[in-house]
Design a protein around this ligand. Structure first.
Ligand code: F3S
Length: 76
């Protein structure tokens, strides 16, 4: 399984990820990205289904500050 999480400490609110993978990432009131899939609340605890992996990797690869993290275990 794969999990994703946004490091808000390094996100610069560039706005790319939510365009690339709108089902996975959206923005908080300050424009910082967060994982919204299935109400994850940017905890990185929600397994991401296979049909969204391509979008997830595209978003990760497109983030200018490498703030989008993907790993095979939950983030917390
Ligand atoms: Fe932030 Fe990177 Fe998305 S800078 S808005 S996490 S593409």
């Amino acid at each position: 399984k794969l999990y994703t999480w946004v490091n808000k400490d390094t996100c610069i609110a560039c706005g790319a990820c939510g365009s690339t993978a709108p089902e996975l990432y959206d923005y908080d009131d300050e424009g910082l990205a967060e994982v919204i899939f299935e109400d994850d609340g940017n905890q990185g605890l929600t397994p991401i289904p296979k049909d969204l992996h391509e979008d997830m990797y595209d978003a990760r690869d497109g983030c200018p500050t490498d703030s989008i993290c993907v790993q095979e275990s939950p983030f917390a």
